[in-house]
Design a protein around this ligand. Sequence first.
Ligand SMILES: Nc1ncnc2c1ncn2[C@@H]1O[C@H](COP(=O)(O)OP(=O)(O)OP(=O)(O)O)[C@@H](O)[C@H]1O
Length: 318
Amino acid sequence: MIRTRDLARTFQTKGGAVEAVRGLDLDIGAGELVAFLGPNGAGKSTTLRMLTTLLLPTSGSAAVAGCDVVADPKGVRRRIGYVGQGHAAGTGQYVADELVSQGRLYGLSKAEARSRAAELMADLDLEGLDKREAAHISGGQQRRLDIAMGLIHQPELLFLDEPSTGLDPHSRANLWSHITRLRERYGTTILLTTHYLDEADSIAERVIVIDHGSVIADGTPDELKGKVSGDLVSLEAGSEEDARAAAAAVEGVPATHSVDVSAATVRMRVDRGDAVLPEVLRTVDAHGLELRTVQVHRPSLDDVFLTLTGRSLRESAE
Ligand SMILES: Nc1ncnc2c1ncn2[C@@H]1O[C@H](COP(=O)(O)OP(=O)(O)OP(=O)(O)O)[C@@H](O)[C@H]1O
């Protein structure tokens, strides 16, 4: 559905050339739900803009839904939906009319546009808002309307640029349940960007991480997290001395690696925290040491990024 080879985009600025995207090779198949992650300035928006024909590549090639983005931009646009960061709706029209106008823009007949609008309003929980101005609905409803606008022409491929930014957790969860349901129904391929790593982790089947304009990791969330060596177990002892004694005691527990002590806390990497913890606690107990708290931290996508780049995706996203 998306295939790029050596895709690159350079911007000429007064300060010199900025290589926003360099040598990007992407292969995304039909029906995949892919999250595209990276810190600020990694090149996500520039890539999305090239794939949606809003920006020409400097070099390389990109085919989207079977059409070349340079040779056949119209073909690409007919087959894709794009929901950008701003609101698509906002001409002061009623919600239903916004959708029908959008459908007409894509060449649907009036009757087709009306029936498609009604179907999407039902799917996206916008029923009853037909005669409300698009500017006077809630943030979550507006975002769902944006998505309905992107889907009006039944695209094979939907690009969502930070679809849930600015929504409260309840609306985010609600939006995602709608998107996953739509996908089950129509089999739409989805490429989304998000700054919420937990969201990418729970929703995407595949995560592609880019940094400095190139792909640095690609796989299922579990595969990527598997690259970080094991869970982190933290034991907080009553004193620094007790922590050092506990560290010495647990060094010998099988499947524990890199045990270190900082103040009264012992941190160690273990293959599987849930499997190793009982033995760790028995060992500490057998040495007559008491612990204040015990924590097992499973690797997150942010840990993956930290391992790959030495930087936190979360920090760079704020
Ligand atoms: N029109 C432009 N002119 C000059 N430089 C640009 C232009 N657009 C983007 N850039 C630069 O290209 C690089 C990649 O930007 P891009 O917006 O693609 O990153 P991003 O990953 O989408 O970031 P964010 O998460 O902040 O949206 C950045 O260094 C940015 O400053």
